[in-house]
Design a binder for this molecule. Structure first.
Ligand code: NAP
Length: 212
């Protein structure tokens, strides 16, 4: 998504949490000043003051993409409670931390938007016996986006949870249905088409609405 938005002339503040990934380093070389890397682990708190130096102007869109799958389980026996909390910390609280830090910079944006990459696995309709940590964290993320939407509605900020499809990433594995490029390009189109409503929408990567 970062690369696609840079290619069409946009500016991206891209976060990473360990060493600067080779992919971001390459983009920084190719798009100096328009790719702004920020080192940040979203399990930690970030203040607006800390990022002010990086933000070049009004922020149009926040995309919450970082996430972990957490411990996998196939029954209720031996649940890894620490692992579940850790997953919740990144996938749910991390989204709130990032939003809180970056929201002040959306003040002067023309069509501000917040999009969180969620999953059908966080919906009751798709509940199964496995993967408690991930399911809980994405269900809570969806609710967090509802609460956030109610808070930012006066600022006319559009909010959405998006399903990226089953993508061939580290998390999705090699048997995913689509490539990261295909998913990113489709998600960017969906984000472009987001318009303000008082409540968040839950959309497939085709732009079709999904049931919460
Ligand atoms: N792949 C799928 O099929 C699929 C399906 C539905 C939803 N999703 C969602 O799509 C999003 C992207 O997933 P992905 O498939 O690209 O997963 P991935 O390959 O595992 O990549 C996850 C990314 O999140 C970063 N991250 C994890 N914890 C972080 C933290 N505490 N602070 C900052 N960054 C952190 C990782 O950084 P490091 O490189 O430093 O580890 C990595 O860059 C996630 O929200 C995921 O839940 C994916």
């Amino acid at each position: 998504m970062t690369q696609a938005h840079l290619e069409r002339g946009g500016t991206v503040l891209a976060t990473y949490r360990n060493a600067l990934p080779e992919s971001l380093s390459r983009l920084e070389d190719n798009y100096p000043k328009r790719l702004i890397p920020i080192r940040f682990d979203q399990q930690q708190t970030l203040t607006s003051d800390e990022i002010a130096q990086y933000v070049p102007g009004p922020l149009d869109v926040i995309v919450h993409n970082a996430g972990v799958y957490g411990p996998r389980n196939s029954s209720l026996e031996g649940l890894d409670y620490t692992g579940i909390l850790n997953t919740f910390d990144t996938n749910t609280l991390g989204v709130l931390r990032v939003s809180e830090a970056f929201l002040p910079f959306m003040k002067d944006a023309a069509n501000p938007k917040i999009a969180a990459i969620s999953s059908l696995l966080g919906t009751p309709a798709k509940a199964g016996p496995n993967d408690m940590a991930y399911r809980l964290s994405k269900a809570a993320l969806n609710m967090a986006m509802h609460v956030m939407a109610a808070n930012v509605a006066p600022q006319k900020i559009a909010t959405a949870c998006l399903r990226p499809g089953h993508v061939r990433t580290d998390m999705g594995g090699p048997n995913g249905a689509i490539s990261p490029d295909e998913s990113a390009s489709a998600l960017l189109t969906v984000i472009d088409q987001m318009t303000f409503s008082a409540k968040p929408v839950f959309l497939d990567l085709t732009g079709e609405p999904l049931a919460w």
